[in-house]
Design a protein around this ligand. Structure first.
Ligand SMILES: Cc1cc2nc3c(=O)[nH]c(=O)nc-3n(C[C@H](O)[C@H](O)[C@H](O)COP(=O)(O)OP(=O)(O)OC[C@H]3O[C@@H](n4cnc5c(N)ncnc54)[C@H](O)[C@@H]3O)c2cc1C
Length: 494
């Protein structure tokens, strides 16, 4: 079935990057899969969908409905996946239900791990580009206030960043677009298109009115709901966030045996808006119980602070606490001159879930790869999700580009099946440790003990910071790095 194509979509290659563009990846054609399908010998097996790949640049508008790869969701995971795929010369369609700029509930804090991933993607992160730098993490708890600079490492920069998701996600999506990905905003994916074997060969979607294709605004005026249309591809990536309807429709639901967090945040105008440390507060109390989680204050550099708190489902209080009220009670105890009072609040308090420790698996099945929150990749130790979204996007792109270049379906499938193993090798042991950690601090007595006895020991807290933010040298490095590594490697990646 063919459908009309949004008028603003240029032909497939219009936004392709010039050969030899920056970055360490090969020139656009080097890893490009053979156009027109896997090209395997006749009878190589039907596991891989037949020739639905991108048409040549000269093809008519209908060709825009097909691509080598469809990425659903242009958050950090989707934009990273699409960016790296496009840089490898793969024809990729990036479908996003919202229109940029759009808000996203987040703390807006980026550790050096996220900064490294941004640099790898080619995103300029200079202060003159609007980024606010931070030097480290200030932790307050048990009556102690500790300033811990980010560790000096060869593998990660010594600074973090802050940027509103309103800007951040658009920057990433435009980066993917510049690399050559075909971004379509205002397209809500409603489900998979399956072949007879139950393998995903595309997605069904509805186009909202006023859609914008590549090239920015100028799409159609708002109108009645569009009919459902379909987009076809050889591989699909679910990067549609925590609820990942696409994964659900493919039978991949959340795992109950993995931790989950909930976090709420808002913004206040504050004299502390240009704080050069990220600040976290461990003293969150539900009556006599210290809760497993923390409050944060991140200066946005624009006259406001992002203020929020998150907690884990390993506590008995989880689900019984009114998080907005908890936030207000915590803020009521802070110095009034910081300005975190109702009159200075600039946005509503909003919350969302933090899917942790691989809470949706397998990360590959029947033509569908999962990246970022869709695959439950938030770090259980600290609730950070952006670096893992960016890194898993890069990894997914690497596997897909290799798979598409295999001459036969079986070979391609073998490559894609190895993606979950690569994720496990990267994070599995560390996330297992994280699960044990959150289980332990779910007990208020353990949380209290850790705060009371950890905080007065700066040397111990410096090591803890490395562990919690996953900032160690992968090879060599300080003895503490080697210990953390050994622990992660020894712990089974379940
Ligand atoms: C309150 C809070 C604070 C946080 N603070 C931090 C922090 O300070 N630092 C940090 O590193 N992490 C933080 N996180 C976690 C972080 O926000 C996520 O881990 C991160 O956004 C995951 O990126 P993603 O691309 O996987 O998913 P998302 O960012 O959720 O992106 C998914 C995208 O898919 C789109 N989409 C969804 N469904 C469809 C559909 N059907 N069709 C088309 N498009 C669709 C969405 O519109 C969205 O653009 C926080 C989370 C919360 C809730």
């Amino acid at each position: 079935m063919t459908h009309e194509v949004p008028p603003s979509l240029p032909p497939a290659d219009a936004a392709a990057p010039p050969h030899g563009s920056p970055g360490s990846l090969p020139p656009a054609d080097a890893a490009a899969p053979p156009r027109g399908g896997p090209g395997g010998p006749p009878g190589a097996g039907p596991a891989y969908p037949a020739a639905t790949s991108a048409a040549p640049a000269s093809a008519g508008p209908a060709a825009a409905e097909e691509a080598d790869v469809i990425v659903v969701g242009a958050g950090p995971a989707g934009s990273a996946t699409a960016s790296y795929l496009a840089r490898a010369g793969v024809d990729v369609l990036l479908l996003e239900k919202a229109q940029f700029p759009r808000e996203k509930v987040c703390g807006d804090g980026l550790t050096p791990r996220a900064v490294k991933a941004l640099i790898g993607m080619g995103v300029p992160v200079r202060e003159q580009d609007g980024w606010v730098r931070n030097k480290g993490l200030r932790i307050i708890g048990g009556g102690v206030r500790l300033e811990l600079p980010w560790p000096e490492l060869s593998s990660y920069p010594g600074y973090g960043l802050v940027r509103t998701r309103l800007d951040f996600d658009e920057i990433l999506a435009r980066t993917a677009q510049k690399a050559g990905a075909r971004l379509i905003e205002g397209v809500t994916v409603t489900g998979p298109v399956l072949d007879d074997d139950g393998r995903i060969v595309g997605v069904k979607a509805r186009l909202a009115g006023d859609s914008r294709g590549p090239g920015g605004p100028g799409g159609r005026p708002p109108g009645p709901a569009e009919p459902e249309r379909s987009y076809r591809a050889r591989v699909v990536v679910a990067a549609d966030g925590n609820s990942s309807r696409l994964s659900l429709a493919m039978g991949l639901s959340k795992r109950d045996d993995r931790p989950m967090g909930v976090a709420v945040r808002t913004y206040y105008t504050s004299p502390r808006h240009d704080d050069d440390y990220l600040e976290s507060w461990l003293d969150l109390w539900d009556g006599p119980r210290q809760l497993p989680g923390y409050g944060w204050i991140f200066g946005m550099g624009d006259g406001t602070s992002n203020v929020g708190l998150g907690m884990l489902n390993t506590s008995d209080s989880f689900g019984h606490v009114d998080y907005r009220d908890l936030l207000r009670r915590w803020l009521a105890g802070l110095p009034p001159e910081w300005g975190y009072i109702e009159e200075n609040r600039t946005l509503p308090i909003r919350g969302a879930a933090l899917p942790m420790g691989f809470n949706r698996t397998p990360h590959y099945t029947r033509g569908l790869l999962l990246a970022g929150d869709a695959g439950g990749m938030v770090n259980p130790f600290n609730g950070e999700g952006i670096p893992y979204a960016l890194e898993s996007g890069e990894l997914a792109a690497e596997f897909i580009a290799q798979a598409l270049a295999r001459p036969d379906a079986a070979g391609a499938e073998r490559v894609l099946m190895a993606y979950p193993q690569a994720l496990k090798a990267a994070y599995g042991g560390y996330y297992t440790l994280g699960r044990r950690f959150v289980q332990a601090i779910g007990n208020p007595k353990v949380m209290q003990f850790a705060t009371r006895h950890g905080m007065p020991r700066p040397a111990l807290m410096r090591i803890t910071l490395k562990l919690l933010a996953n900032l160690t040298e992968p090879r060599g490095g300080h003895a503490t790095d080697r210990v953390i590594h050994a622990l992660s490697k020894m712990t089974p990646a379940a």
